[in-house]
Design a protein around this ligand. Structure first.
Ligand SMILES: C[S@@+](CC[C@H](N)C(=O)[O-])C[C@H]1O[C@@H](n2cnc3c(N)ncnc32)[C@H](O)[C@@H]1O
Length: 220
């Protein structure tokens, strides 16, 4: 499927200034995940992240690098970071504190040319899809772009906040409204079924599980 060049992908990344990144872990990973999206970082998302990391790992949409820091990587594991926003890449790389991390400035809705012919045993997309504009049919290009970089037997996995049909609580509805208006989120129409179908269109072995209002998925 061709990449839709009319969609504005900047707003979903540009918000992550150094100042916003300083507040991110407390506001998003602490408060919002538990009380708005009903999917606690320490109980659900971090264990899920850790479970699937492979020997060569690519994190797409790195944010502050919280998951990378707490993933329990050994020194032999190869790490790559990909993000449209250089503030996020700098913050995550600094947090990892390793000299051997590769990082790529790239819009994931465009063909992943920055990655060249690199392949990975695990590719993580945590809280990325809901930041992208368009419906699931537009976002599916992300799987097309990353699939060639998934090694044989590797796992692409992630988590994304679902849209209005998920039935958000009052706190979640307020955040959904503000973030979607500002273009920080583009997920009003995202559904579990739509995500599952998009993954099945590209991968043979797909699992999608709902935790609160967050879909956690693996694809091989
Ligand atoms: C909500 S943060 C997620 C951070 C982290 N993965 C987490 O789960 O907490 C979204 C990240 O995706 C990046 N991002 C947003 N749109 C992007 C795009 N089109 N291409 C690449 N990265 C993008 C943002 O810059 C930001 O670092």
């Amino acid at each position: 499927m061709p990449t839709d060049t009319t969609l504005d992908t900047q707003a979903g990344a540009a918000v992550y200034s150094p100042w916003v990144l300083r507040l991110y872990d407390a506001w998003v990973l602490g408060i919002s995940n538990r009380w708005a999206w009903q999917c606690a970082t320490t109980d659900v998302l971090l264990p899920f992240y850790r479970k699937h990391v492979g020997a060569r790992h690519l994190d797409v949409g790195v944010g502050t690098g919280f998951y990378l820091e707490h993933a329990g990587f050994g020194p032999a594991q190869h790490l790559s970071l990909l993000d449209l926003n250089q503030n996020s890449l700098r913050a995550a790389a600094a947090r990892l504190g390793r000299a051997d991390v590769s990082w790529f400035v790239q819009d994931v809705m465009q063909p992943a040319s920055a990655l060249g012919d690199r392949t990975y045993d695990s590719i993580a997309l945590f809280y990325l899809l809901h930041c992208l504009p368009g419906d699931m049919a537009a976002k599916v290009c992300v799987f097309e772009h990353l699939k060639p970089h998934l090694a044989e037997g590797g796992t692409l996995y992630g988590a994304t906040i679902l849209g209005d049909a998920a039935g958000h609580n009052a706190f979640g509805r307020k955040l959904m409204s503000v973030y979607n208006k500002k273009g920080i989120f583009g997920n009003r129409g995202d559904t579990l079924e739509g995500l599952e179908q998009a993954l099945r269109d590209h991968f043979a072995d797909v699992e999608v599980k709902l935790h609160g209002k967050v879909a956690c998925f693996t694809a091989r």
